[in-house]
Design a protein around this ligand. Structure first.
Ligand code: NAP
Length: 295
């Protein structure tokens, strides 16, 4: 989709839903070919603890997407009051199952449970969230196997939009373990010159204005306006923030879309940008895990 800015420059809106559909279509074909060749059907297990409404929706969407791509999938739904031991037993059982190639424990967990202990318990070869220290180490040493889904989705969008990213200056706003740091690592491996902006960065706008690629993963609604953006930049908005407008709940990103769209070459919307690609990349990681098991 292209929109006209007041200066009549066409700005491309990168349609994450459409791209995710393309990716899922490609993977469905690959899954069918695997099955025809007598290889295993990739299997995804999602562990959900409790009844958090957002987590329940995310899990439902992930399973729906897995089924669409022809994966075998299951959900282990535990009570919010379950013990650490009960949850760990479920993970150990899934680690041992031959028909499960990817395990995802939906975060956040209830406060009495240790997320770190659970992440560290998942078999790294089935860790499709890419959060296990082994996968973090492999990514940062340039030997990535399973990479966190959101940054992987952002890279898919950038590669399909820009082709070779070599030599581009990329600025990532945010340094979380699940988005900012792996995103910066992936951009570095794509031969970008990478800067990371965080809450203690001095004059972040000036640094961001140098970026050919600007990735915002902050969690602050519409923080990035046109003063943060170089003309012609490609802007990826990871943020998902619920705001209240006249008593109505609305989802917005970390980027002020209307303001920045006037200045950039391409931009992802919220919703409908990075979100659908994150789910598609979860399926991609499950397929990758299945292929790595074949080797
Ligand atoms: P997070 O763990 O809270 O990290 C936020 C990062 O932003 C931190 O590194 C923080 O710096 C930095 N930051 C905060 N305020 C800042 C400011 N004013 N200027 C510059 N940097 C600032 O968040 P996250 O998990 O990475 O998620 C970020 C956003 O992405 C959230 O809105 C989340 O909902 C969304 N998200 C979306 C998807 C998706 O699929 N679309 C997936 C994951 C996350 P410090 O380190 O200095 O505190």
């Amino acid at each position: 989709m292209q929109i006209k800015t007041p200066t009549e420059t066409p700005v491309k809106v990168i349609d994450g839903r459409q791209l995710a559909d393309v990716l899922i279509e490609e993977m469905t074909q690959e899954v069918n070919e695997r099955i025809q060749q007598g290889l295993s059907q990739p299997g995804l297990a999602v562990v959900l603890v409790g009844e958090d409404p957002a987590s329940t929706i995310y899990v439902r969407n992930k399973i729906r997407c897995a089924e669409k791509a022809g994966l075998f999938s299951l959900v282990k739904h535990l009570d919010a009051s379950c013990t650490q031991k009960t949850l760990e037993d479920v993970v150990v059982e899934l680690n041992e199952r031959e028909d499960i190639h990817g395990i995802l424990v939906q975060l956040p967990l209830p406060q009495h449970l240790s997320e770190a202990r659970i992440i560290n318990l998942i078999d790294p070869t089935k860790d499709i969230d890419g959060f296990h220290p082994v996968n973090v180490g492999l990514l940062s040493s340039g030997q990535a196997k399973l990479v966190p889904c959101t940054p992987l989705g952002c890279m898919e969008m950038l590669n399909r939009e820009m082709g070779d990213l070599s030599g581009k200056h990329a600025v990532v706003i945010g340094r979380s373990n699940i988005v900012g740091k792996p995103m910066a690592n992936l951009l570095l491996q794509a031969n970008c010159t990478v800067s990371i902006v965080h809450s203690k960065t001095l004059e972040p706008e000036a640094l961001c204005r140098q970026a050919d690629i600007l990735v915002a993963a902050v969690g602050v609604a519409e923080l990035v306006d046109k003063n943060w953006v170089k003309p012609g930049a490609v802007v990826i908005d990871v943020g998902i923030n619920a705001i209240d407008i006249d008593g109505k709940r609305k989802l917005v990103g970390d980027v002020n879309f209307a303001d920045v769209a006037e200045k950039c070459r391409a931009i992802t919307p919220v919703p409908g940008g990075v979100g659908p690609m994150t789910i598609a990349c979860l399926i991609k990681n499950t397929l990758t895990a299945a292929k790595q098991r074949d080797m």
